[in-house]
Design a protein around this ligand. Structure first.
Ligand SMILES: Nc1nc2c(ncn2[C@@H]2O[C@H](COP(=O)(O)OP(=O)(O)OP(=O)(O)O)[C@@H](O)[C@H]2O)c(=O)[nH]1
Ligand SMILES: [Mg+2]
Length: 222
């Protein structure tokens, strides 16, 4: 992986592994834009359609099964949930678990309220370092993902696509899945060109994601 070791010889995979093996804790839940936590360490937001595995991936990153709540039923996460990673006196980064977008079964009003909250957060947060848009690796990009990318492109907020449920996709089909996403990103100005493919459940590919965050957080001086 190209991002594993940079020119200064920093081993970001190892730095990321250590960082996420340390402390992580839930610090805040926000259901309204005026209820966000004060800004602190660099934030990484996890967005995506309902049920793609956002909360499961947060647990996989931190090696804790129950840090974020997961469920078979779409619509499990109903607020912006903030988690600090690192010792309390020296927080290195923050993870933000978001409600799923584009799922109406929990009620149209609720979805509209979450979507508005998410959009405002994503557009206007100075400490937001990158948004990971999670996409179910079995299904690929959907129209609502395109709408999210449009918003982030317009707002010049850096984002990266992370395919999920890698364990459910045959090895022979993975390259095509990544290729299709890469092609769709070609003319999107705020998109990072590298596409990750992970499983929050088995941990495959998760080291790469830890490395990406460790590196960005270090660049931001945390
Ligand atoms: N096989 C497999 N299943 C997964 C993986 N990640 C999540 N799942 C399953 O997908 C379902 C949804 O997972 P969640 O992590 O709750 O998804 P979410 O994106 O947070 O969903 P919302 O909070 O409703 O938006 C659960 O049944 C998980 O067990 C994975 O990597 N592999
Ligand atoms: Mg969730």
């Amino acid at each position: 992986m190209s991002e594993d070791r940079d020119q200064q010889g920093e081993d970001w995979a190892e730095i990321g592994r250590k960082l996420f093996a340390g402390e992580a804790r839930f610090i805040w839940g926000a259901s309204r834009i005026d209820g966000l936590p004060p800004m602190g360490a660099p934030e990484f937001a996890f967005a995506g359609r309902s049920n793609v595995g956002k909360s499961t991936l947060l647990n996989g990153l931190t090696g804790r099964k129950t840090l974020a709540r997961t469920s078979h039923t779409p619509g499990r996460t109903q607020e912006l949930n903030f988690f600090d990673v690192g010792p309390e006196t020296q927080v290195k980064l923050r993870l933000v678990d978001m409600p799923g977008y584009g799922y109406a079964a929990v009620g149209k009003d609720k979805v509209a309220a979450w979507t508005a909250l998410m959009k405002e957060f994503l557009r206007g947060r100075a400490t937001l370092a990158r948004v990971f848009i999670l996409v179910d690796g079995r299904h690929g990009l959907k129209e609502v993902d395109g709408e999210m990318m449009d918003l982030l492109d317009r707002s010049a907020v850096s984002y990266q696509i992370v395919l999920t449920k890698r364990d459910e996709v045959k090895a022979s089909a993975r390259e095509a899945a990544v290729g299709a996403v890469r092609q769709a990103l070609a003319r999107r100005p705020a998109a990072h060109p590298d596409v990750l493919f992970v499983s929050g459940q088995t941990g495959e590919g998760v080291a790469d994601l830890r490395a990406v965050m460790a590196r960005i957080a270090a660049e931001r001086g945390a």
